[in-house]
Write a protein that binds this ligand. Structure first.
Ligand SMILES: *[C@@H]1O[C@H](CO)[C@@H](O)[C@H](O)[C@H]1NC(C)=O
Ligand SMILES: *[C@@H]1O[C@H](CO)[C@@H](O)[C@H](O)[C@H]1NC(C)=O
Ligand SMILES: *[C@@H]1O[C@H](CO)[C@@H](O)[C@H](O)[C@H]1NC(C)=O
Ligand SMILES: *[C@@H]1O[C@H](CO)[C@@H](O)[C@H](O)[C@H]1NC(C)=O
Ligand SMILES: *[C@@H]1O[C@H](CO)[C@@H](O)[C@H](O)[C@H]1NC(C)=O
Ligand SMILES: *[C@@H]1O[C@H](CO)[C@@H](O)[C@H](O)[C@H]1NC(C)=O
Ligand SMILES: *[C@@H]1O[C@H](CO)[C@@H](O)[C@H](O)[C@H]1NC(C)=O
Ligand SMILES: *[C@@H]1O[C@H](CO)[C@@H](O)[C@H](O)[C@H]1NC(C)=O
Ligand SMILES: *[C@@H]1O[C@H](CO)[C@@H](O)[C@H](O)[C@H]1NC(C)=O
Ligand SMILES: *[C@@H]1O[C@H](CO)[C@@H](O)[C@H](O)[C@H]1NC(C)=O
Ligand SMILES: *[C@@H]1O[C@H](CO)[C@@H](O)[C@H](O)[C@H]1NC(C)=O
Ligand SMILES: *[C@@H]1O[C@H](CO)[C@@H](O)[C@H](O)[C@H]1NC(C)=O
Length: 654
């Protein structure tokens, strides 16, 4: 039976083996790489059946006729090529990919462009970094009916004319970043029906006042000087999915196509929001739109009517100039999952929403899909409870580097009414409202007091409280999240072991309590399946060995440097070492004896001697002390005996 199976297996194996071998001999592309070989010319006698030839990173200056009729890919990038003879490519009937980037093709334009015009089957062409101007590029691109991908990064283009691509209409991807383009003529890209990817980053474009590339999916305009972006309203569908307008000079939100696939909108590093209120901005952008399309009769909110239709899931508004939160505009984005609003100047998020009706009450808007909200570095002091209420799906909230004060919980307010009520004031934030919140970053907020139950009703998984140097932490601060918390950062809090009380946290796996003045690991951590703990830069002299042994069941990583460990009380280290806990910074950690310090790695190699030395010193001291004590006692006894005799004699005289 077994033998039977074995012979079957053998047969199968030999079949597979044969298949592989035959597969190899048929399909193996003939290729040759001469990359970085100090070549000054193309090697002679190349195998005529080559399919791929890599001659990149050499010093080749001239290219003459190649006789490689099967060649499909040729890489001549990073050479010093300035002359290609007219007929150089005429035998390369199968050439599909040509990389000529980083050469000097702006010389000898006559023969170089004739050579390039002769290859009509080309699908991929890279002519980046060749110092080429508008005219040269136009000549290079003639007769390219199959061209699919074109890269022209880092040349000297200034103006794209409607003639540029007229003989390369199959282009699907065009990259012309890092040039000096300031003008794009009407009809340059429109006829390219296959165009999906267009990268015009890092040029000199100042405005896009009539975007009409319905076919394009990816448009990168990052790093220009774009002041506004406008799409005229039509009822056509746009394929646009990703639009990058970052690092420009936008003052307003762009007017995007009404019907599109737009999912990712990059607007970071602009000047949006510099105008004071949202209402002002919205009316100005609409006025601008009406002016551009010269249609002064209809007065409607085009910005909002277009934004309402966007299936956006990601928007980056970091590094803009917002001083108020554009509530109405952003709440139109019903699919929005990630909003990056970091590095603006909000200070307060108040609830200024125009009312449709003349109702007394503030209208409640919602951000129904928002999961990630980044508000880092905004100088935030006040966040309206209505804003928090609008975040119905929020999971991650980054409030690092603001001035947000968590409120005391309702319960503790009620229990001690008179004293605590004053703390529940306008400028504190009730995190308990955010029931879906999982990750909260409150690093660097100058938090004064972390009240007990501050996170009541949250089910936080991670919490970062680092760098709140003056924070007073009440005993029950983690009450309510202790059962869910997996990662806790309480570093740089200027805290002593007396200030720190942690509850039993049964799922905590990561704890960072570095940069404090701690000298005891809270024994409540025995509850936690800690995998990583950071106790760097504290005041630890020793660690509780029995606690370490219990923790080591789960412990994988421990950072210990920057403490004042006592070499003679460092058995815990041997224990950690034996239990194979990783100590990445052990070579930076030292321990001290009475007269010197020892690097912990050295200590581990030589535990006994290190401490023997120390205890010997103690023994000597002890011995000396005994001798001294004995000596003193003897002197005393002699003295007493003598004084007695003297006394007796005195009394005798008297
Ligand atoms: C051409 O070669 C350069 C390296 O010299 C490389 O960075 C670039 O991606 C290549 N172009 C294409 C289209 O593969
Ligand atoms: C747009 O181009 C810039 C500059 O080359 C680049 O940093 C950025 O990642 C690109 N954006 C996208 C969305 O790919
Ligand atoms: C938000 O933008 C800042 C700055 O550009 C960046 O550092 C941060 O990673 C971004 N946050 C998210 C969640 O993408
Ligand atoms: C934010 O609110 C505080 C008081 O609540 C006020 O003093 C401050 O001026 C406000 N800041 C802005 C930018 O409105
Ligand atoms: C506006 O008010 C009218 C009556 O006062 C009411 O019928 C209507 O539902 C309200 N509309 C909205 C959007 O609240
Ligand atoms: C409001 O709360 C802040 C921070 O908790 C506190 O410093 C301030 O004294 C409170 N104001 C009043 C009037 O209680
Ligand atoms: C927390 O939830 C309880 C009921 O589950 C509720 O009574 C209490 O008011 C909530 N506290 C906060 C601060 O939302
Ligand atoms: C640490 O706290 C003490 C008072 O408890 C204070 O004097 C000192 O400035 C604080 N240090 C830092 C770095 O905040
Ligand atoms: C712990 O926090 C400190 C300072 O906040 C940081 O430098 C360190 O990298 C953190 N440790 C770990 C393991 O991430
Ligand atoms: C060491 O930790 C254990 C818990 O593992 C605790 O019972 C004991 O009191 C601790 N010893 C000291 C000296 O803190
Ligand atoms: C400790 O011993 C190991 C090998 O046993 C050696 O690689 C390492 O350099 C020694 N470290 C010191 C500080 O002596
Ligand atoms: C061990 O420590 C003693 C005393 O500090 C020292 O003399 C000896 O050279 C050390 N041995 C090794 C192998 O490091």
């Amino acid at each position: 039976m077994v033998r039977h199976m074995f012979s079957h297996l053998l047969l199968l194996w030999s079949l597979i083996h044969d298949l592989c071998i035959t597969g190899l001999t048929y399909d193996e592309p003939k290729e040759l790489s001469w990359n970085n070989q100090n070549l000054y010319s193309v090697p002679l006698d190349l195998d005529a059946s080559l399919r791929r030839l890599d001659l990149s990173n050499n010093f080749i200056r001239q290219l003459h006729t190649l006789a490689l009729q099967y060649l499909e890919q040729l890489d001549l990038s990073s050479n010093q090529l300035d002359f290609i003879s007219e007929g150089a490519f005429k035998n390369l009937a199968r050439l599909e990919e040509l990389n000529l980037s980083r050469n000097a093709l702006n010389n000898n334009l006559g023969s170089n462009s004739k050579a390039l015009q002769s290859i009509s089957r080309l699908r991929t062409l890279d002519i980046s970094m060749n110092g080429l101007n508008d005219d040269a590029v136009e000549r290079f691109l003639r007769n390219k009916p199959s061209l699919d991908q074109l890269k022209m990064t880092g040349n000297a283009l200034t103006r794209l004319s409607h003639n540029l691509f007229k003989e390369s209409k199959s282009l699907r991807s065009i990259t012309i970043d890092d040039n000096q383009i300031s003008v794009i003529e009407q009809g340059t890209f429109e006829p390219l029906r296959q165009l999906e990817t267009l990268n015009l980053a890092r040029n000199n474009l100042v405005y896009i006042c009539d975007f009409k590339l319905h076919q394009v999916k990816y448009l990168n305009l990052s790093g220009n000087s774009v002041e506004f972006f406008v799409t005229h309203e039509d009822n056509l569908f746009y394929s646009l999915e990703i639009l990058d307008l970052s690092h420009n000079k936008l003052l307003y939100f762009p007017i995007v196509p009404k019907m599109s696939q737009l999912k990712y909108l990059h607007l970071q590093n602009n000047m949006i929001g510099a105008l004071n209120s949202e209402a002002t901005m919205v009316s100005e952008v609409n006025a601008l739109y009406n002016e551009i399309i010269k249609e002064r009769t209809v007065r409607k909110n085009d910005l909002h009517s277009n934004w309402r239709m966007m299936p956006l899931i990601y928007i980056d508004l970091s590094y803009n100039h917002f001083r108020s939160f554009p509530l109405e505009t952003l709440s139109l984005l019903s699919s929005l999952e990630t909003l990056n609003f970091s590095y603006n100047c909000l200070q307060n998020i108040t609830w200024h929403v125009r009312n449709d009706n003349r109702s007394q009450y503030q209208r409640q808007l919602f951000f129904p899909s928002l999961k990630y909200l980044d508000m880092q570095s905004n100088g935030l002091v006040y966040i309206s409870p209505l804003f928090l209420k609008a975040l119905t799906k929020i999971e991650t909230l980054n409030l690092q580097d603001n001035s947000v004060q968590p409120c005391a919980s309702m319960d503790s307010l009620q229990s001690s009414k008179s004293t605590q009520r004053m703390n529940y004031n306008r400028s504190c934030v009730v995190f308990g409202q955010l029931k879906t919140l999982k990750h909260l970053n409150l690093q660097e907020n100058n938090i004064e007091t972390l009240y007990s139950n501050a996170f009541q009703n949250n089910s936080l998984i991670s919490l970062n409280l680092a760098k709140n140097s003056y924070m007073l932490m009440q005993a029950g601060a983690f009450e309510g999240v202790q059962k869910t918390l997996q990662s806790l950062i309480i570093s740089e809090l200027n805290m002593t072991s007396f200030d720190l009380s942690l509850p039993c946290m049964p799922v905590l796996t990561q704890l960072n309590m570095s940069h404090n003045h701690l000298d005891v690991i809270p024994s409540s951590l025995i509850c936690s399946p800690l995998r990583e703990i950071d106790i760097r830069n504290n005041g630890f002299v020793s660690l509780n060995r029995s606690l370490i042994i219990s923790l080591s069941v789960h412990l994988d990583l421990m950072y210990i440097s920057g403490n004042y460990f006592n070499c003679c009380d460092s058995k815990w280290l041997t224990t950690l070492h034996e239990l194979k806990v990783k100590l990445p910074d052990i070579s930076d950690a030292v321990c001290f004896t009475s007269d010197r310090n020892i690097v912990m790695t050295g200590y581990l190699n030589n535990t006994s001697t290190n401490c023997l030395f120390h205890t010997k010193v103690q023994e000597i001291h002890f011995g000396q002390m005994i001798i001294i004590v004995l000596f003193v006692i003897v002197i005393l006894i002699v003295f007493i005996i003598l004084t007695r005799k003297v006394c007796c004699r005195k009394s005798f005289i008297v």
